[in-house]
Design a protein around this ligand. Structure first.
Ligand code: NI
Length: 388
């Protein structure tokens, strides 16, 4: 398929997906449409227990190596405000993170790889992953066991502010380790006129909020970035009652689980200190939501070379405190998570985010080249004997 035809085809797919965004684990129409398009192109779909999302494959030489390409397919609970003529038809739901672009680009790669199956040195698995936005989609895909034979994995994400079609990537950790916390301050409610008979949870919560600001600024190295944001404060029901409880929620992020744990434990110390000084009880819980991505340095270099062979400009990717569950695949399988510019007027997760569809065919060609090139390289240089 020539590039102009491919681009026109993909733009048609893309506007449909943009019109029909669905939240994580509810991507039923999206999955049905992907299935329909793949089957229409003669692409094999694997029989997995996934309720939404799917895994397809292009089989080349039997017994050859297996590489995976991954796209996420879920949208966000955001009311779209782009004014596009193909804007979301699902109120309060929007493809504001470009996952419609990702899945369309992967469909394009499927079309290209299907055409070239005879010259493929192995198998390319295509992961249309559900629920990237915090609902455990990558884990669900890994749990199917269909990635057990995969030797390398590649994924692509749009980058809002970068010029359309420019590729950005860097080795190592480019997306943060993301932690989430919840603090329930349990005091004793009472009359606002008699605070001395209460244990005011609001004052304690305010002290937690203030003291938390020094954990990173005073307690961690400025050369190793981290962030802590308290994003939810909930207490009280009226003006003259001291409530019994106050709830805080938020997130901390860093580039290593060790650093994140240090920050989490520091917040725990602040809570324990207040329990002693104020005589209140504090339930503090936290967990890691996603780990940092980890781009293999050798493969990152190879991806950059592959992109340059397609006449694409390649720039370094500036690390983000955003999270990305592609990291979970990279804990088991070497791979690269790369970015493509889509020249949006607004950032990701903004109601005005617009992914320019112009580089769709480019993204599809690059993904196809990575799949094809990866199995070819692996077939020439199989991993050392005995590695299983
Ligand atoms: Ni995303």
């Amino acid at each position: 398929m020539d590039k102009i035809t491919l681009q026109a085809t993909l733009e048609g797919y893309f506007t449909w997906f943009h019109r029909h965004p669905e939240l994580g684990l509810a991507e039923h129409k999206t999955t049905a449409r992907i299935r329909e398009l793949l089957l229409g192109a003669g692409v094999e779909i694997l029989d997995t227990p996934l309720k939404t999302g799917l895994i397809a494959q292009i089989r080349g030489r039997p017994g050859g190596p297996v590489t995976a390409l991954r796209a996420d397919i879920d949208a966000l609970p955001i009311a779209e405000a782009t004014g596009l003529d193909y804007a979301s038809e699902h109120p309060g739901c929007m493809h504001a993170c470009g996952h419609d672009f990702h899945l369309t680009a992967l469909l394009g790669a499927a079309l290209l790889l299907r055409e070239e199956a005879e010259t493929l040195a192995g198998t390319v698995k295509l992961l249309f992953q559900p629920a990237e936005e915090g609902a455990g989609g990558a884990q669900a895909v890994l749990d199917t066991g269909f990635l057990d034979d995969v030797e390398e994995i590649y994924g692509l994400h749009v980058m809002a502010t970068l010029a359309p079609g420019v590729i950005a990537l860097s080795p190592g950790a480019t997306y943060a380790t993301v932690g989430r916390f919840r603090i329930l301050v349990k005091g004793r409610g009472g009359h606002a006129a008699e605070p001395h008979h209460s244990k005011d949870p609001i004052v304690a919560a305010a002290r937690i909020i203030n003291q938390a600001q020094t954990i990173i600024s005073r307690g961690t190295s400025p050369f190793d970035p981290a962030v802590l944001s308290i994003t939810r404060v909930l207490a009280g029901s009226t003006w003259n009652v001291i409530p019994p409880e106050a709830l805080l929620e938020g997130t901390f992020r860093a580039f290593s689980p060790e650093k994140l744990t240090h920050i989490a434990e520091s917040l725990g110390k602040i809570c324990r200190g207040l329990e002693e000084s104020d005589g209140i009880a504090i339930d503090y819980t936290w967990r890691i939501v996603t780990y940092s991505t980890n781009n293999d340095p050798v493969l990152t270099e190879w991806v950059a070379e592959t992109a340059k062979k397609l006449d694409l400009s390649v720039v370094p990717y500036p690390p983000t405190m955003g999270g990305e569950d592609f990291a979970l695949y990279q804990q088991r399988i070497p791979g690269v998570f790369l970015n493509i510019g889509v020249g949006s007027p607004q950032e990701l997760h903004n109601p005005g985010f617009i992914a320019n569809p112009a580089p769709l065919a480019t993204a599809a060609e690059l993904l196809a080249a990575l799949g094809k090139g990866s199995v070819a390289r692996l077939a020439q240089n199989p991993p050392s004997l005995g590695s299983g």
